[in-house]
Design a protein around this ligand. Structure first.
Ligand code: ZN
Ligand code: ZN
Length: 336
């Protein structure tokens, strides 16, 4: 099979490798589509939790090709989407039902070989059955949708709420649709790129503006700010800006992956006096099947988000296009 290996910072090697032989408890999946994510850029730069060399790719779906010894409940030919996060099941956080905070987690495409490859061996507990009528390229969006769903759950959006999203990439555009599904009546999005603002409007945003204009949008709201503001660009100045856009008693959700070394000024008095809730949000505990159901029902549309596709040989080209911000969602389609 063909696979892309991230060997050292900014180096991607395309190579032939044997198709993995699934060990007991695992299944080999023939990868149909795998999204390129900001995490993959960080792995490519040598920054993230992944240890190079690694074959990344954690947003994917495919067809079960082979089963390890003793595997039951999964059959060859099953259509599956993959939850890449594998908790240890032993640490304190796993034992209290917070596996996403696991102290010793593995992740497909980060610490284990991922899906910028034709085949990938996966522990069967990470396979989620895909309904027959959901195309696998759309099912490959289960992972990002499940992360967004965890964010929407934590933001506690109620019918009638106003929501501001800072960032109109694929994540912002999924959060937009989920905020609507959760009952938000006014949703504004701030995004520097005109074509992404257009897409946001076509997916139901009430208003899409450049980042410099979102302050006046917030001021024009009845209570001088939004009930919920979500930073989903991974930009530290946007995280600070979020605090100025939220109304009294509102919630700021930090969803984007900001550079770890950056900080923001915080006025404790402001948080106290305005009773602002600041929440973090990490990965996708227990939200994968709901994400698939939203995709299958068409309540979350991801087809318009998939703007670029690449073969395995073109993985580096795809990574660069994502880095330049040209794509909304780019996918690698490994099957030859
Ligand atoms: Zn991702
Ligand atoms: Zn654990």
């Amino acid at each position: 099979m063909l696979r892309a290996v991230f060997t050292k910072p900014h180096e991607i090697v395309i190579e032939e490798a044997p198709i993995p032989d699934p060990p007991p408890g695992e299944a080999v999946v023939r990868v149909a589509a795998c999204g390129i994510c900001g995490t993959d850029l960080k792995i490519n730069e040598g920054h993230y939790l992944g240890r190079l060399p690694v074959t990344p790719g954690h947003e994917f779906a495919g067809i079960v090709e082979a089963l390890g010894e003793g595997v039951t409940g999964v059959r060859v030919g099953d259509l599956v989407a993959i939850n890449p996060n594998l908790p240890c099941r032993r640490c304190e956080f796993c034992r209290i039902g917070k596996p996403h905070l696991c102290l010793d987690a593995q992740a497909v495409g980060v610490t284990r070989p991922g899906a910028f490859a034709e085949f990938c061996s996966i522990p069967i507990e990470l396979l989620v059955p895909v309904p027959d009528d959901l195309p696998l390229a759309l099912a490959a969006m289960m992972e990002p949708v499940s992360c967004c769903l965890h964010g929407i759950d934590l933001a506690d959006i109620r019918p009638g709420d106003s929501v501001i999203l800072l960032g109109g990439g694929s994540i912002g555009l999924i959060l937009l649709q989920l905020a609507r599904a959760a009952g938000a009546t006014f949703i504004a999005i701030s995004e520097p790129r005109a074509e992404k603002r257009e897409l946001a409007l076509s997916l139901g945003a009430d208003c899409a503006v450049e980042p410099g204009e979102i302050g006046s949008v917030a001021e024009s709201l009845p209570d001088g700010g939004a009930q919920v503001v979500i930073e989903c660009a991974g930009v530290t100045v946007a995280a600070r800006q979020a605090l100025t856009l939220v109304r009294h008693g509102g919630t700021v959700l930090l969803f984007g992956v900001c550079p770890p070394e950056e900080t923001v000024d915080l006025q404790p008095y402001e948080v106290f006096h305005r009773e602002i809730t600041i929440r973090g949000c990490y990965t996708n505990p227990f939200t994968d099947t709901r994400a698939l159901s939203l995709l299958a029902s068409g309540r979350v549309l991801v087809e318009p988000l998939i703007t670029h596709t690449y073969s395995i040989e073109e993985t580096a080209e795809g990574i660069e296009a994502v880095r330049r911000g040209e794509t909304v969602k780019a996918q690698v389609l490994p099957s030859r």
